[in-house]
Design a protein around this ligand. Structure first.
Ligand code: ADP
Ligand code: MG
Length: 705
């Protein structure tokens, strides 16, 4: 890629991607479609080549209806002729029945709640259908995929990549455009004359030796295999090579930042004497646990240096991390600096603010909350207080680093639940607060090697002790008829003045498809609230909170629950973090099997905060329940996180699959520690590769912003 022939800086600032012209050069792309493609991060033809398919569909052998009859419970593909169609409607729901037949018999394809599909079937025409075979009153294919002469399904040996879609460009249109783009490059390639080209003429900036070690093809071949794979193995290897691309950009950025931090001596030095330190601790309404005291000492020592602190604080839910974040902010304020206290959601930022402002106020410090729901005048006031230095601590989401937010002397960033920020967001945060101290907090432990490769050289602290005075917390599954018995128990607890959380993951209107998929148990929080209001629980008051309720109203409802004016709180997972009501002793979680282990553990951390014995009751039917055993067995968040990590892979953990970054399409299987370590080693060893990916990373960060 050093030749500069087919590679050039585009006017968008993205460098060293093949320059193949604007999207509108392609047949079938006008300004509207080009705009639609922009939603996928595709700005020009070169970007199309780098667009990662979400996955690939394996073609399979096509058979007769009689063959399909042998495949009950499994997938089968049939080639047959449409005999008749019929559409039955039940209110908003519908079932489309398409009977197809061949010489060997007939089978009925069933499509649910997609009435518009009817016009795709013309009696007498041939179709290919692929789906799961079931024997109901007759032989059926459940919601099969449909291929026809014009739009065939991949057949045996074929592998069809499936692309992300956006409004205005379906996955199929994207696939078509990628192919047109690919043919252009292949057509221009050296191999064009010698038959079927197998590689795009792009020089891989990575040394072949590295690529061989991790078993991935060079970039040119990877691009070809990504879009026109000859085998599933080739496709997966290509995806790994493209995944490496992302990790190389990330590693280059981290290395750059690491070098800067190591050489920086521009952080605020806060020299805290013993007396001040004791005073600061004494402001808390409790004595620090010995684990907290140890970490407090580490933080104090870090803040005493001019080199910025980069500390990762790991500790289970309720271990007292937030308190240490507040402690650090207080020390920094004593030294004349400001703190940005970041949370992944506005709700959590609000809860931190509500929970800590009084503590700060008693210390003579002024805390502000900066969220998207502030009115213009309020926002202006807050911004003024930050830029004038009147505010000591700002709570908010990553919007605390929006372009219009200026700080008089930002000296510390506390990042709570840091794993819930995307990689790009986190990078942005650390870049903007480059010379500030940073304390990153997480309840999801990160293996050491991974922490190194993803976050750079962070110092780590662990809170391995729970604050005293906590009762036991037990977790049990409750199934079917046992729910009746539980009702009585719940009534007893609220009658005794205790509080009950009732968590329902869903809110809002249920779409037909979602209900179908959830097989009817997808009750919404609103619906549960209505139903509970018809039971005896209503006598002690019930409140409802979810993300679509305005902040003031939400806070008022939680406050009524806290005071006991309402003893039951129906909520979505918005209460996952932050809400702190010691009288709460029971949590019911509906549809628990749909949530991840780490999330369930976070949720149940809302109970068991007082001295009384507490219960977490999981409503639902765990399939593959072994995965959930760990929740029942232990309250140790680290053990649970490990189990979760095993189940979900690393993508979630490192935040690469956070909202907005899905387009990168990295699947868990392709994101292994090996790949991270390789990326890290490459940018460390090879200055040219480092320079290449550093430039790419900073140009993509600029165009994203
Ligand atoms: P985390 O952020 O790790 O989940 P928090 O800092 O929110 O934990 O603490 C959970 C609860 O425990 C809060 O109500 C907090 O006030 C309380 N807490 C924190 N540290 C102590 C302590 N040393 N002794 C008693 N209570 C504590
Ligand atoms: Mg916390």
């Amino acid at each position: 890629m050093e030749s500069g022939e087919d590679i050039e800086q585009t006017n968008l600032g993205r460098v060293r991607r093949p320059r193949l012209g604007p999207l509108t050069d392609l047949d079938g792309v006008g300004p509207a479609r080009a705009a639609a493609l922009l939603q996928l991060g595709v700005r020009d033809i070169g970007d199309l080549l780098f667009l990662m398919p979400l996955r690939a569909l394996h073609g399979s052998a096509t058979g007769s209806v009689a063959d399909a009859a042998e495949q009950i419970g499994k997938e089968a593909t049939v080639d047959a002729v449409v005999e008749k169609t019929s559409l039955q409607r039940f209110g908003k729901r519908s079932t489309l029945r398409v009977t197809v037949s061949d010489d060997t018999g007939s089978i009925v394809a069933l499509f649910f709640n997609q009435p518009w599909l009817r016009k795709r079937f013309v009696v007498g025409e041939k179709v290919t259908l692929r789906g799961r075979v079931a024997l109901q009153k007759e032989l059926v294919l459940l919601s099969p995929k449909v291929g026809s002469g014009a739009k065939p399904l991949p057949t045996a040996g074929d592998i069809a990549p499936i692309y992300p879609s956006a409004e205005g460009v379906s996955s199929a249109v994207v696939a078509k455009l990628v192919h047109i783009a690919l043919e252009r490059v292949l057509g221009n390639g050296d191999e064009a004359a010698s038959g079927t080209p197998t590689t795009v003429s792009i020089t891989d900036p990575i040394d072949a030796r590295h690529l061989a070690r991790i078993g991935v093809p060079p970039l040119g071949k990877a691009i070809r295999d990504l879009h026109m794979p000859t085998s599933m193995d080739a496709f997966l290897a290509a995806r790994r090579r493209m995944g490496l691309e992302t990790l190389l950009e990330l590693s280059a950025r981290l290395q750059e930042r690491r070098a800067e931090a190591a050489s920086s001596s521009r952080a605020l030095r806060v020299a805290i004497d013993d007396k001040t330190e004791l005073e600061t601790r004494a402001r808390f309404p409790f004595t620090f646990t010995s684990a907290q005291a140890r970490v407090a000492n580490e933080i104090r020592a870090d803040l005493g240096r001019a080199q910025p602190m980069r500390r990762l604080l790991q500790g289970d839910v309720g271990s007292g991390k937030t308190a240490l974040g507040a402690y650090a902010a207080m020390l920094v304020a004593r030294g004349g600096g400001q703190t940005a206290f970041l949370a992944p959601t506005e709700l959590l930022a609000e809860q931190h603010f509500d929970g800590l402002r009084a503590l700060f106020a008693r210390a003579g410090l002024h805390a502000v909350l900066l969220t998207g729901s502030l009115r213009t005048t309020e926002r202006r006031t807050v911004l003024n207080q930050l830029s004038s230095g009147m505010a000591d601590v700002a709570f908010g989401t990553h919007a605390l680093f929006s372009a219009d937010v200026e700080y008089a002397r930002l000296s510390l960033c506390v990042i709570d639940e840091q794993h819930r920020f995307g990689v790009a967001q986190r990078g942005e945060l650390l870049e903007k607060g480059r010379d500030a101290h940073a304390l990153l907090m997480t309840a999801t432990p990160i293996p050491r090697t991974l922490a190194l490769s993803v976050y750079g050289d962070l110092d780590t602290s662990v809170l391995d002790e729970r604050p005293p005075g906590r009762g036991t917390l037990r977790t049990r599954w409750v199934r079917g008829a046992d729910k009746r018995k539980v009702e009585k128990f719940l009534l007893e607890r609220v009658a005794a003045g205790e509080r009950l959380y009732w968590v329902v993951p869903r809110i809002g209107e249920s779409t037909e498809e979602a209900l179908e998929a959830a097989k009817g148990d997808a009750i919404t929080a609103e619906a549960r609230f209505e139903r509970l209001n018809k039971t005896a629980l209503a006598e002690s008051g019930i409140e409802l909170v979810h993300g679509r309720i305005a902040r003031d109203e939400r806070a008022a409802r939680i406050e009524r629950f806290r005071r006991g004016e309402a003893r039951t709180l129906v909520a979505t997972t918005v209460i996952e973090v932050g809400v702190d009501v010691p009288e709460a002793t029971v949590m019911v979680i509906e549809g628990a099997e749909k949530l991840g282990l780490a999330q369930l553990h976070q949720l149940r951390g809302r109970v068991g905060r007082g001295k009384k014995e507490s219960w977490c009751l999981l409503f639902g039917a765990p399939s593959g329940s072994a995965r959930f055993d760990v929740l029942v067995r232990t309250n140790d968040g680290f053990e649970i996180a490990e189990e979760d990590l095993r189940a979900r892979g690393m993508g979630d953990l490192v935040g690469l699959r956070q909202a907005g970054e899905n387009a990168e399409g990295l699947a868990d299987a392709e994101l292994d520690v090996d790949l991270f370590l390789t990326a890290r080693a490459i940018v460390a060893e090879d200055p040219r590769a480092f320079e290449h990916y550093r430039t790419l990373a900073s140009s993509s960060a600029r165009t994203q912003a």
